[in-house]
Design a protein around this ligand. Structure first.
Ligand code: NDP
Length: 249
């Protein structure tokens, strides 16, 4: 039980990596505050975790709204009395295509959900996390914008690269108080987000081939890295861009 007695907040828990992490973290003993916009799906996930003997609370909402970031933390304190960790994982790919054709609205939508939401999350989570002697904050970044650039993903890459700068800064600011902050950088992962891009076998082969392992990850493989960063197994790991990308050079 790597997360026994820990209370952890996970966003993007209705699908893909976040859903896999929610199930894994619950199996490892964590009490969970789960977030995403789709309320029926989120409620069903919490119910299945609770029916299996875990502890999960559903807090539906949009990570791009500042009040929602506060509500997630308030719920953790009200229901479980503390917050030990957060996995800030919700994200969107947004509009794909050439930067000259990208609308301002398209750019801002991606920055809001992927990067501004991280600012909101940090602002409200950190005071609660600092009440614990050792705590962990994780932001889901990406191999895109770090190990490689991919045509048509400018806004997404910029938002994910921004998370690495945020991570390094927060790690430096709060390390002395026992808070570890890491960015998790998945490679291509077989989730509904990935499905939006993998529209042909040629595109899928291209993405598979980017990775040394010549395939993309299953969500559980990324969730295992999140578990490592959330648990005491990574007690001397902070400020990292933690790659789980199947090898991209
Ligand atoms: P999915 O599309 O499967 O899941 C995204 C999750 O984020 C959903 O639970 C969705 O829930 C939630 N979400 C999206 N927008 C919002 C919002 N505004 N407010 C609250 N929740 C939101 O994608 P993945 O699991 O693949 O992605 C998870 C993270 O991993 C993302 O940050 C993504 O950028 C990153 N990533 C993914 C890779 C991949 O190849 N799949 C590669 C590298 C990084 P709902 O719709 O209910 O709100």
């Amino acid at each position: 039980m790597q997360l026994e007695n820990k209370t952890i907040l996970i966003t993007g828990a209705t699908s893909g990596i976040g859903l896999s992490a929610a199930r894994l973290f619950a199996q490892q003993g964590a009490a969970l505050i789960l977030g995403a916009r789709r309320q029926p799906e989120l409620n069903a996930i919490c119910e299945s975790i609770n029916n299996a003997g875990g502890r999960a609370v559903s807090v539906p909402g949009d990570v791009g709204e500042e009040e929602y970031a506060k509500k997630l933390v308030d719920t953790a304190m009200e229901r479980f009395g503390k917050l030990d960790g957060s996995f800030n994982n919700a994200g969107i790919l947004g509009d794909l295509g050439s930067i000259t054709e990208l609308s301002t609205e398209g750019w801002e939508a991606v920055i809001k959900t992927n990067l501004t939401a991280a600012f909101f999350g940090a602002k409200y989570q950190i005071p609660a996390l600092l009440e614990q002697p050792a705590s962990s904050m994780i932001f889901t970044s990406s191999f895109v914008g770090y190990t490689t650039g991919i045509s048509g993903m400018a806004a997404y890459a910029a938002s994910k690269a921004g998370l690495i700068g945020l991570t390094q800064t927060l790690a430096a600011e709060y390390g002395a108080q026992g808070l570890r902050v890491n960015a998790l950088l998945p490679g291509g992962t077989e989730t509904p987000m990935g499905d939006v891009v993998m529209t042909t076998t040629e595109i899928k082969s291209y993405f598979d081939g980017l990775h040394s392992l010549k395939r993309q990850a299953m969500p559980i493989e990324i969730a295992q890295s999140a578990l490592y960063l959330a648990s005491d197994a990574s007690s001397f790991v902070t400020g990292t861009a933690h790659l789980a990308d199947g090898g991209i050079s």
